[in-house]
Design a protein around this ligand. Structure first.
Ligand code: GDP
Ligand code: MG
Length: 366
């Protein structure tokens, strides 16, 4: 009779998207780094087209320490980490990227220091003395990353040199306690955890060298900064307004600017006010659609035929919204004679209407 294997002391959560070539090498590295520790790893893959899940499952089929969580119709680094962590039960939970950019040889040190009670969370940091941000592709990414860190410090209870890190370890009990309060959208799970911990987590910083990517490509880009701004706004508003609505309204504001610019250009080209405004409205709606598709609804981005269908629906319904907006503004203007009140009321009705249409008809969740 064989006895069941020892339960894991450490669950390593690995969010991955299009990382097929990295799965097997990462498992080998974890195995080497974690010798002598009872560990398990959960690969959380959002149904990558490159077959990452199949690669992870093939290893899981012969190694009981490995599991694969394949999520369908979903995208998102934060939610992948949350679900991976909640699907496990070891005393300690670590998160490490699936692209081998993080230094897995630091995991035992994180575990030792946490177990010794030196802190509540051990954060792998690229910036503390001894760390290295060399693997961050391009100077632009580095500047962006530094800017984000400077902003985040303003909101953190105690300074953390790399609050955008995707490499950390904590006690499960803390994670489970904070989990219900996490926003869960976007890319910055660590920041989300630090913001929502009550009382604040005591941080242990573990410097490491951020490696260059060997296989595959980065999924994070400048748009991440916008999502990050959203997280900070959410923090200021204490979650009273959904993040998506904030993003949607921000995009709407850009649309208003596009509208005014196009209107001015049309007038300068000698068009009458009404035709210039009509053309400017359509241009603004297309800009809004494009930005919402790549930003607000990044996780449900429409492509191909669905993109054209979405654009048509968006133009149709937001066009109706624009006409209603004008009507409301005009009626209020006639009643109150105040341009600001009527303009603002019209804009609020339009943004709520457009948001409702977008969320239910254009980018509806499958
Ligand atoms: N499950 C899941 N993993 C993701 C998603 N986006 C990125 N990842 C993984 O998260 C890790 C960090 O992403 P990466 O693109 O390498 O970011 P970078 O290191 O900042 O360039 C990698 O292992 C990615 O495969 C996602 O939407 N879902
Ligand atoms: Mg990476």
């Amino acid at each position: 009779m064989t006895s069941p294997p020892l339960p894991a002391r450490l669950s390593v959560v690995v969010p991955c998207f299009n990382e097929r070539a990295n799965v097997a090498p990462l498992v080998a590295r974890l195995e080497a780094a974690l010798a002598g520790i009872a560990w398990e790893a959960v690969f959380v893959d959002d149904n990558s087209p490159d077959g990452t899940a199949a690669a992870a499952r093939a290893i899981a089929a012969r190694d009981p320490r490995i599991r694969c969580l394949r999520r369908i119709g979903r995208r998102g680094l934060s939610s992948a980490v949350i679900e991976g962590a909640l699907s496990s039960s070891a005393e300690f939970v670590a998160v490490i990227d699936g692209d081998m950019q993080h230094d897995e040889t630091r995991l035992p040190l994180m575990l030792t220091r946490l177990a010794a009670g030196e802190g509540d969370i051990a954060i792998g940091t690229r910036y503390a003395k001894g760390g290295d941000a060399g693997g961050l592709a391009g100077g632009f990414r580095q500047r962006l990353s530094r800017l984000g860190i400077a902003f985040a410090q303003l909101f953190l209870p105690s300074p953390v040199s790399d609050p955008m890190s995707g490499f950390f370890m904590m006690r499960r009990e803390h994670f489970e306690e904070i989990a219900p309060r996490l926003a869960g959208s976007g890319f910055k799970i660590l920041l989300d955890l630090l913001f929502n911990a009550r009382p604040p987590l005591k941080v242990i910083e573990i410097p490491y060298e951020f490696r260059a990517r060997a296989f595959g490509e980065s999924k994070l880009d400048a748009l991440v900064l916008a999502q990050f701004a959203g997280l900070l706004i959410d923090r200021v508003l204490h979650g009273a307004v959904p993040l998506r609505f904030i993003a949607f309204s921000g995009v709407g504001l850009v649309g208003v600017i596009a509208n005014l610019a196009a209107l001015a250009a049309g007038r300068a080209l000698g068009l009458g006010f009404s035709p210039a405004q009509a053309i400017a409205t359509v241009i603004a709606m297309v800009v809004n659609f494009q930005l919402n598709n790549s930003l607000t609804y990044r996780d449900q981005r429409l492509r191909g035929a669905r993109l054209w269908r979405g654009l048509a629906l968006f133009l149709l319904f937001c066009g109706i919204g624009a006409v209603a907006d004008l009507g409301i503004a005009r009626t209020l203007y006639e009643d109150h004679n105040s341009l600001t009140v009527s303009g603002a009321a019209g804009a609020i009705v339009a943004v709520v209407w457009n948001y409702a249409i977008s969320a239910t008809l254009v980018w509806r969740t499958r």
